[in-house]
Design a binder for this molecule. Structure first.
Ligand code: G3P
Length: 218
């Protein structure tokens, strides 16, 4: 499974690249606002560090404007994936983007039917916003399970990108369901490796070795 960082903060992106665990980035203007950085500047910096799988949002609401933006965004780098919203206009734009060979990520997906349409029209990836469904008392992972089943039923090649991740549990659920990708905030990525028993165990190994008076093999 691929892991993306959901961030517009170049420092966070760099740290995760150095850790070696990320395969791409998803970003949007809200994340740039949160990071206190200009969106265009964030995009520029991220693209200079990440060669593939950088999802960038269009900001038009009409298909024609979306396509114009998609063309410009895809010129920014070979690794750009254009995020189109799961609206009627977004779906219309998706058809054209597909015909022009522009990689797409259909975003703001909240139902299996939206994901079905995105796959029918050849989206490269689809982003169900799991956390936001959970926020309103629905079961986000259930929607992802439905999408997985539909895609498997018809051998759709669209990748499922588990988005709006709120906890390490979401990452595990994405992997168990068989999502190709999960995009995670920086803090969640950092938490994936953590387990208190690992720290307890490591400290005990080190203490016991120190008490033995031996030196590490060199
Ligand atoms: O990639 C989607 C993500 O940015 C949405 O996350 O936490 O705002 O629901 P959130």
């Amino acid at each position: 499974m691929q892991l993306f960082i959901d961030s517009a903060n170049p420092k966070e992106v760099k740290e995760m690249i150095d850790l070696g665990i990320i395969d791409g980035v998803t970003t949007n203007p809200s994340l740039a606002t949160k990071a206190g950085i200009d969106y265009n500047e964030a995009v520029k910096q991220i693209l200079s560090m990440v060669p593939a799988n950088v999802s960038l949002e269009v900001l038009s609401t009409e298909a024609e404007g979306m396509i114009k933006e998609a063309r410009s965004l895809s010129k920014l780098g070979k690794g750009v994936v254009v995020k189109l919203p799961a609206t009627e206009e977004g779906i219309k734009a998706l058809k054209t983007a597909k015909a022009e060979g522009i990689p797409t990520n259909v975003t703001l997906v909240f139902s299996a039917n939206q994901a079905l349409l995105a796959a029918k029209l050849g989206a490269t990836m689809v982003s169900p916003f799991v956390g936001r469904l959970d926020d309103i008392g629905l079961n986000g992972t259930e929607v992802v399970e439905e999408i997985r089943q539909i895609y498997d039923n018809y051998a759709f090649e669209t990748k499922i990108l588990f988005a709006s991740v709120r906890s390490p549990l979401h990452v595990k659920q994405a992997a168990l369901i068989g999502c190709e990708i999960a995009t995670c905030p920086y803090d969640i990525l950092k938490s994936l490796v953590k387990h208190p028993q690992t720290d307890v165990g490591l400290n005990k190994f080190l203490d016991d070795f120190k008490k033995s008076g031996q030196k590490p093999i060199s």
